[in-house]
Design a protein around this ligand. Sequence first.
Ligand SMILES: Nc1nc2c(ncn2[C@@H]2O[C@H](COP(=O)(O)OP(=O)(O)O)[C@@H](O)[C@H]2O)c(=O)[nH]1
Ligand SMILES: [Mg+2]
Length: 343
Amino acid sequence: MASLLQRIPMPKLVDELLQGSRRALARVLSLVENEVPEGHEILAALFPHTGKAWVIGVTGAPGTGKSSLVNALAKVYRQRGKKVGIIAVDPTSPFSGGAILGDRIRMTDLQGDSGVFIRSMATRGSLGGLSRTSRDAVRVMDAAGFEIIILETVGAGQSEVDVVRAADTTLVIEAPGLGDDVQAIKAGILEIADILVVNKSDKAGADQTVRGLRAMLELGHPAAREQFVAHHGRMMTVQAPSQVVGDVWLPPVLKVAATQHEGIEALADKIEEHRAHLAKSGTGESLEARYLEMEILERLQTAILERLRNTIPPTKLEETIRKIQSRELNPQSAVNVLLEEFS
Ligand SMILES: Nc1nc2c(ncn2[C@@H]2O[C@H](COP(=O)(O)OP(=O)(O)O)[C@@H](O)[C@H]2O)c(=O)[nH]1
Ligand SMILES: [Mg+2]
C-alpha cells in the first residue's frame, strides 16, 4: 500500500479520480478494499461527489447467468450513453478464484471500452467487511462519474442480502433447470427483489419457472399481501408484469436470455421504471435513510468493539475465560464486568 501512495500524493489521487483517471480509480479501489486509513481519508474527500449513480444489484445462485446478464445489461446502458461500473463480489470465496475468473470471461465484450470499469472483490476477512468494502467501492465509482453501477454477488442468505443493501434496484436471477425453483429461491432473497429475472429463457422450462415465481410472489411477498388486504380481503393474482399499488412496488417477473441478448432492453426499461417509481413515491429516500442507519450502526458496532478490545488487557481476557471454564463466572456476567470497566 505504501508504494501505491508514494507514487501519487493523496489530494492528487482524489483530483485525478474525479477527473476520470482509470489509474487513480484502480488505486483508490485497492486502498478502500484493504481498509487502510488512507482509504478512509479518500472516501471522506469523495463522499460529497457521490449519490449520483444508479446502483443495480444482481444476485442469485451460481450458474444462473448473472455475469452474462451483467455483460448484456452493461452493453445496453453503453448504447444509451451511460458510463457503467461493475463490481463482482464473491462472498463465498476468500480468493479471486473460479467464480471471478468466470465473470471475466463472461464480460469480455466490455473490454477496451473506456466507459466501462470492472472490479472483482472477494472475501478478505469477515462477511461484514465485504459488505462494507463493496459499499465503499460503489461510492468510489460513483464519485468517478460512473452513472450506472452494477453489483454482482453470488451466494445465498445473509451475506448476499447485506451486499445488495448498497443497491437501488435489486435483480434476483433465476434460471430453469437448476433444481426445484421453490427451493432455489429462499424467502429472504425474494423479499429483496425489485425485479425477478428468469434467465436462459431459450431453454426448456423457463415458462414453468416464471409461473413458479409468480405463484410464490402472490403468496409470499409482503407487498402482495398488502394488496390482498386492500382489495376487500379477496385474493388477487399478480398478473401484470408489474403493478404499483399505492407506494408499493410489486416485483415483476421478466424473462430474458443473456447470452442471446434477448429481453435485456426491456429489463433496462423496467429498471428505469423502478427508478422513476422510487423517485415519485419518495420511497427511495426513506429506503436510503434506513440503509444509512443500518450502515452507521454497523460501523459504530465495529468501532466500539475495536476500542473495547484495546482496553481489555490480554491477561484480563485470559483470566476471565479461565473463570468461565471453572464455572466461577458465566459468559453474560463476564461481559457485564468487562463493560463496567470500560465505561
Ligand atoms: N442457454 C443459455 N445459457 C446461458 C445464458 N446466460 C448464461 N448462460 C450460461 O450459463 C453459464 C453460467 O453463466 P454465468 O454468467 O457465469 O453465471 P453466474 O455464475 O450466475 O455468474 C455459462 O455457461 C453461460 O454461458 C442464457 O441466456 N442462455
Ligand atoms: Mg458470475
